[in-house]
Design a protein around this ligand. Structure first.
Ligand code: SF4
Length: 338
């Protein structure tokens, strides 16, 4: 594969859930959880997807993996549209893209031993020509994630939260995937253990030459791990940039507010906190025009009616805001954060 081609390309991805009411389950509306998402992921990079709870970031991850069927749009893996794959190609794709789930307590079957949990994906994908070969692979992978062979015969409840997440990572890795989508993998863990699991992911990414999509509500965590970051708001990407570009020059008014809340190491550096008014609106009834306008400190009249599109403001830096076209992004930054 050409290393300059994206390994994943997401085009106009939408996932709308029907709202059904009454005795006849009549569809009376839709929750627009993902409402037109576009981005590319290059081989070997780590893309962070950040945003408030309910912004559609987890649904985006699950729709990419086709755990949920998209309502519209395309997911291209190595240039191939996943919707058009044959059954056999789809099986192969499932091996190549794996997910690490948020809740290490809920995602492991409590009745099975770790050996049974790890054996399942090997059997489903017909990996390993003999029982011995599969056992060897399980023993290797459990050590790779920092546990021991004897742990294979224990049950999930015998482990701490951090160890269970290591098992979740082992289950994703055992198929030797190309891409891992990690959905808030440390948010259910104690803060003291979070950095251990993050460092493990970072090391494994390097060792196995993985491409990682890291979904999180926590910008500090994303900063630690990611090369590029996509900021989502109400089902759409509002800004996407290289990590340094985003942290040094957040350009969308929503990203500026999010970043203003991230602690900075230098106590002499000045940063005004931007407090947004109101809560995230319901994706069942999103505001007109730019969906951020009811909370945006620098919105103008056209924001209420015109939907902004994601456009390049610098090499690899895209923002979806009318102020860019009006040439006012920079001056509103001064207005917002001084
Ligand atoms: Fe704010 Fe308008 Fe830009 Fe939306 S388009 S972020 S409402 S200024």
């Amino acid at each position: 594969m050409n290393e300059k081609q994206p390994i994943l390309e997401i085009k106009g991805l939408k996932k709308h859930f029907p709202i059904k009411t009454g005795f006849f389950n009549k569809v009376t509306g839709h929750v627009r959880a993902v409402d037109g998402v576009d981005f590319k992921v290059m081989p070997g990079e780590t893309l962070g997807i950040v945003g408030e709870s309910g912004c559609g970031k987890s649904t985006t991850g699950r729709t990419i993996l086709r755990l949920l069927d998209p309502s519209a749009g395309e997911v291209l893996f190595n240039g191939k549209d996943l919707a058009k794959l044959s059954k056999e190609e789809m099986r192969q794709m499932r091996k190549d893209i794996q997910m690490v789930f948020q809740d290490p307590y809920a995602s492991l079957n409590p009745r099975k031993t770790i050996r049974q949990i790890l054996l399942e994906p090997l059997k489903v994908h017909g990996i390993g020509s003999s029982r011995e070969e599969r056992m060897k692979r399980m023993e290797e992978i459990i050590e790779v994630v920092g546990l021991r062979k004897e742990h294979l015969d224990r049950h999930p409840h015998d482990f701490s939260g951090g160890q269970r997440q290591r098992i979740g990572i082992a289950r994703a890795l055992i198929l030797k995937p190309r891409v891992i989508i990690a959905d808030e993998p440390v948010s259910a863990l104690d803060v003291s253990i979070q950095s251990q699991v993050l460092n493990l992911l970072k090391d494994l990414k390097k060792e196995f030459n993985l491409t990682l999509i890291f979904i999180s509500h926590d910008l500090s965590v994303v900063r630690h791990l990611c090369d590029r970051i996509a900021v989502m708001y109400l089902g759409r990407v509002v800004e996407i940039a290289d990590k340094k570009q985003l942290f040094n020059n957040p350009s969308h008014p929503y990203s500026r507010a999010l970043l203003s809340a991230v602690p900075i190491a230098n106590p002499k550096a000045k940063r005004e906190r931007v407090i947004l008014k109101g809560d995230l609106p319901s994706p069942a009834n999103p505001p007109s025009g730019c969906t951020f306008h009811p909370r945006c400190p620098v919105a103008n009249e056209s924001c209420k009616t015109k939907i902004p599109i994601l456009q390049d403001i610098d090499s690899g830096h895209q923002v979806s805001c009318h102020l860019f076209a009006e040439g006012k992004l920079k001056e509103t930054k001064e207005e917002m954060i001084g």
